[in-house]
Ligand binder design. Structure first.
Ligand SMILES: C[S@@+](CC[C@H](N)C(=O)[O-])C[C@H]1O[C@@H](n2cnc3c(N)ncnc32)[C@H](O)[C@@H]1O
Length: 410
């Protein structure tokens, strides 16, 4: 049997999550996958088409899995055309497929990215026309094949997008309420926070439930790609039989969570939305939901001896706090008091757009991770809420505490 071809791939991700993504990829357990050093906004890897399927199916943090076809120096949009023209597109798809070309750039000398995208599209279409075939149609909304061009100061990198829709779209979210985190961002935050399924987890400002649902999917071994389709399914060269087997293997991994995950929000409509999202993600039984003001929160469960417990959340942005009639500068100090007084022994990780939010919380962070929530520079502050007063007697089981359970109905 011939050795499978190794491709150069690039997995973009939200800025700040690159090391977490590299860790996640190393943990996929593929002997053919070589994870290279992260660069700003993503992780380059070398891997086979089997690895491409595996990363799309199992990896939670990347936005896409891009397969690098070529790189060449560019000084003009026509160089992009020539680069696109000479790629062997017909080995990947035929002219009946619809296409879309996206261009990103960093310090590129090219003036118009739109024109560069047009020239790349012309190059792809002329590849087919020169072979006596129709030109593939462009479909901006639901293309069969997505092509990415990245322009740097000196060169163009041409990629086939093997993911299709971005990977944060797991296939379970319908209505967006409030300001939900993207699923890949929530997965990255959980990893940066240090949470594992053997620890307790509580998100007391859960909104649409993204953090709790991602955690529940990790705990229940629900692969993030099980409920969606991928771009590579429409490309030639991928082993459809191997893909069916890989999906079936992933389905068989599902298991109950080792420990319940807890989530609440002050807004009953958000709790309902989060529950609905959890149901659609297939993990409603893994999460205990409730409606409560975080300012009234107590630790909703007691960890077993030696077990870690994590509170992970992204508190509301100040204008939303103000909309609820609260003074925005009051929220974080009060939240800091709640953490200090009622979450002794827990770890907390809070994503804040306030870059000095730790000062407002009046807590000394263990780490300050620089992360970008879309274009917004944020910090993920992690805190170890060490005992300032005697520890409560540990419970026999890390069951949801009685008093908290009353506010966290299943
Ligand atoms: C930025 S959103 C969280 C988004 C969430 N991580 C998601 O992915 O959907 C902040 C949430 O905090 C909630 N919230 C605001 N004040 C609160 C309070 N005092 N107690 C509990 N939740 C609160 C809001 O209702 C909102 O859903």
């Amino acid at each position: 049997m011939s050795t499978p071809h190794q491709y150069t791939l690039f997995l973009p991700c939200p800025r700040g999550l690159e090391p977490a993504l590299a860790d996640e990829l190393r943990g996929l357990g593929s002997s053919t996958l070589r994870v290279l050093d992260p660069v700003p906004s993503g992780v380059p890897v070398r891997g086979t088409l089997d690895d491409v399927m595996r990363m799309n199916l199992y990896s939670r943090i990347p936005s896409r899995v891009l397969l690098n076809l070529a790189a060449a120096p560019v000084a003009h949009a026509d160089d992009v055309y020539r680069l696109a023209l000479k790629q062997p597109w017909s080995t990947w798809f035929d002219a009946s497929r619809t296409i879309r070309v996206d261009v990103t750039a960093e310090h590129s000398p090219l003036e118009s990215l739109h024109f560069a995208a047009l020239r790349a599209k012309d190059g792809v279409c002329d590849h087919f026309r020169l072979r006596g075939q129709e030109r593939p149609d462009v479909d901006r909304e639901h293309p069969d094949v997505r092509i990415h061009v990245h322009l740097s100061a000196t060169q163009a990198l041409l990629y086939l997008d093997t993911s299709g829709e971005p990977l944060f779209k797991r296939g379970w979210r319908t209505a967006h309420g409030g300001a939900p985190l993207k699923e890949n961002m929530a997965a990255g935050l959980l990893r940066l926070a240090g949470w594992t399924p053997q620890s307790l987890l509580f998100d007391p400002m859960c909104g649409a439930g993204t953090i709790a649902i991602e955690a529940a999917c990790v705990a229940c071994q629900v692969a993030p790609g099980l409920q969606r389709a991928f771009g590579f399914e429409r490309l030639a060269g991928f082993d459809q039989e191997a893909w069916r087997a890989m999906r079936a293997e992933a389905q068989a991994l599902r298991c109950p969570p080792p420990f319940p995950i807890m989530a609440s929000d002050i807004d009953p409509r958000m709790v309902q939305l989060a529950q609905e999202n959890a149901r659609r993600a297939g993990v409603e039984n893994a999460i205990t939901f409730g409606q409560a003001d975080v300012m009234d929160a107590t630790a909703p469960a007691t960890p077993l001896p030696g077990q870690a417990a994590y509170l992970v959340a992204n508190p509301p942005y100040s204008e939303r706090i103000e909309a609820k009639g609260r003074a925005s500068d009051d929220f974080l100090p009060r939240l800091g008091d709640v953490l200090k007084q009622r979450f002794t022994g827990w770890n907390a990780a809070l994503l804040l757009a306030d870059l000095q939010g730790d000062r407002a919380l009046r807590l000394k962070p263990a780490r300050r991770h620089v992360v970008y929530n879309g274009p917004i520079e944020c910090r993920l502050f992690t805190f170890s809420l060490v005992a300032g007063r005697p520890q409560r007697k540990p419970a026999e089981h890390p069951a949801v505490n009685q008093s908290a359970a009353e506010r966290l109905p299943r």
